[in-house]
Design a protein around this ligand. Structure first.
Ligand code: B12
Ligand code: SF4
Length: 492
């Protein structure tokens, strides 16, 4: 058993443009579940973990550093999404300057997809873990402490002399039930500070759970490099125990299942639903599903068990584009799934994407018509981004894609435009698609009713509105004449 300190960091990343901080009042503030799992596992082996959630608490890099220096840990573990790489690097540089003995370990989706390249490029990271980190991180820490040979640890990347080495294998947990429960107790101000996007849950407190890992599909825009194609599930009993723990310890009332394919196994979903119904705990919950894994009878049972919303990756209203994405789905099937979901009394959140290669004005018109036609309740439109680890990244890399776009890869910037379209045009269509969905009396009535039933959403909206107003006034006071106009730029 070790008693060494390890500080885990979810680095800050750009998800809100400067001057738009007030948007935080309405956006998703989910913690890094990965860090919660890692912290729980290392704690089992005697390590003393701490978690810094810089984005949720608006901590800029100097504040993150203050906290790290205060702890003076033996190890720092940083979770890397592509969008957070540069900020993680700045943090690592500062740690190397101020705490030269601290060993820096990185992992997460960016490492699972681009581990070797990242380690070759950034000497500030000492070790990287490829894939699911729980067991391998502990193995690595033990080797580091006993002066063992890192070549004996599978699935890691490290530097020895001038060379970067990658050991065989990729970390994967075959039996999820073996893992300790995520260390929610280590999250500062949990669950209060970790609220999802406005109107995306009925009432809090809210927590996230990944009830399975892996996805066998190969949609070309999706980065599946961390969990791979083999799907592994927690047993329904263990998922239920986690939910019960969250209710009894923190009063959590709504769960967001973040697994890629929550409904992949009807048997398991049915079993979990039965446990929830029998328990009388009255949880509400939301999950994701493919359109082809859902059936009316399962939906009916899910509704009875508290299912409030299902997110479907609908992507576009064009079959041609779905084919180009290798989505293995059709618009007609999507429509049927959304209709079934609405008929069961469950909300549909449609996940869409704009600007995928092959997008044209015609495919955009099909999407606009589609979003107005289906009984969807909430829409999430991302700007197509070729994330490293996705098959499309490999197709496009070397053409317009450059890694200096990393810090902009948050789904809210167009870092690439399809042939025949400019980013400005795409931005205009982006607004139009959202307006064609939201700007309808049916939706306005629905949200008015929801606000009356769950008034805390209105409070969030009011804070957002006040923030917007204050930012606008500030921008005029500083001579910017608008939020996006930089000082010195001519007013538009
Ligand atoms: C929930 C979720 C979110 C949540 C929570 C984010 C968070 N910080 O965890 C929210 C909504 C905030 C979010 C936002 C974004 N997300 Co997101 N998200 C997910 C989702 C659906 C599940 C993540 C999860 O909880 N998994 C379960 C936990 C246990 O796994 P994990 O976090 O990956 O951690 C494991 C390993 O990665 C590894 N590991 C992780 N960190 C570390 C650190 C060390 C030191 C070690 C050793 C190991 C290690 O070990 C962990 C335990 O096994 C995934 C899809 C997926 N299949 O993973 C996408 C995914 C991670 N998101 C993605 C993206 C792009 C984003 C956004 C940039 C934009 C967007 N589209 O929303 C933002 C940026 C967020 C940020 N930087 O924090 C991409 C990442 C691609 C990439 N290469 O960067 C994914 C993979 C979706 C996809 N298939 O394309 N997301
Ligand atoms: S988009 Fe969904 S179905 Fe497609 S590969 Fe990604 S997780 Fe799997």
């Amino acid at each position: 058993m070790s008693n060494k300190k390890i500080v885990f960091i979810n680095p800050p990343y750009e998800r809100i443009a400067k001057g738009y901080d007030f948007v935080k009042h309405i956006t998703n503030n989910s913690p890094s579940l990965g860090l919660l799992h890692l912290a729980a596992e290392v704690r089992l082996h005697g390590y003393l973990p701490k978690i810094i959630e810089s984005d949720i608490f608006d901590l800029p890099i100097d504040k993150v550093m203050e906290e790290v220096e205060k702890e003076s840990p033996d190890y720092v573990g940083i979770t890397l999404f592509t969008v957070g790489v540069w900020n993680a690097l700045t943090i690592a540089r500062e740690i190397k300057k101020r705490l030269p003995k601290t060993i820096i370990i990185v992992g997460g989706p960016h490492i699972s997809s681009m581990g070797k390249e990242t380690m070759e490029r950034f000497r500030e990271f000492d070790y990287a873990v490829d894939g699911e980190g729980e067991k391998i991180l502990v193995e690595l820490l033990q080797v580091l402490e006993t002066g063992g040979n890192p070549f004996s640890v599978p699935g890691i990347i490290f530097r020895k002399g001038p060379f970067v080495h990658q050991t065989q294998g990729k970390a994967i947990n075959k039996d999820l039930d073996d893992l300790p429960m995520p260390a929610w107790d280590l999250l500062p101000d949990f669950p209060r500070a970790y609220i999802p996007a406005i109107y995306d849950y009925p009432r809090g407190p809210v927590a996230t759970i990944a009830a399975s890992r892996g996805c066998p599909f190969h949609c070309k825009f999706c980065d599946t490099s961390t969990f791979g194609a083999s799907v592994r599930f927690y047993s329904p009993k263990v998922v239920f125990q986690m939910m019960k723990h969250l209710r009894e310890t923190y009063g959590v009332r709504h769960i967001m299942f973040v697994d890629d394919l929550f409904v992949a196994s009807r048997l398991r979903v049915t079993e979990l639903c039965k446990l929830l119904i029998e328990s009388g705990l009255n949880f509400t919950w939301s999950c994701t599903s493919r359109v082809d894994t859902i059936k009316p009878d399962t939906l009916e049972l899910m509704k009875k068990a508290g299912c409030w919303e299902i997110s479907f990756g609908l992507e576009t209203g064009s079959n041609e584009l779905l084919k180009k994405m290798d989505k293995a789905a059709e618009v007609e099937k999507s429509e049927q799934a959304v209709n079934w979901t609405a008929a069961a009394g469950i909300r549909t959140k449609g996940l869409f994407m704009l600007g995928y290669p092959g997008e044209t004005v015609e495919t955009i018109e099909l999407t606009k018509a589609f979003v107005r036609r289906i009984p969807m309740t909430i829409m999430n439109l991302t700007k197509f981004t070729p994330y490293p680890g996705s098959p499309i990244y490999r197709d496009l890399y070397g053409t317009n894609i450059r890694d200096d776009h990393w810090e902009r890869m948050n789904g809210m910037n167009f870092v690439w435009a399809p042939d025949g379209m400019t980013v400005d045009e795409l931005d205009r269509h982006y607004q139009e698609i959202l307006m064609s969905f939201y700007n309808r009396p049916r939706l306005a009535l629905y949200y008015a009713a929801l606000s009356i039933r769950y008034p805390h959403h209105v409070l969030r909206l009011a804070r957002f509105g006040l923030g917007f107003l204050a930012a606008k006034i500030r921008s005029y006071a500083q001579g910017r004449h608008g939020l996006l106009v930089q000082p010195g730029a001519a007013p538009r």
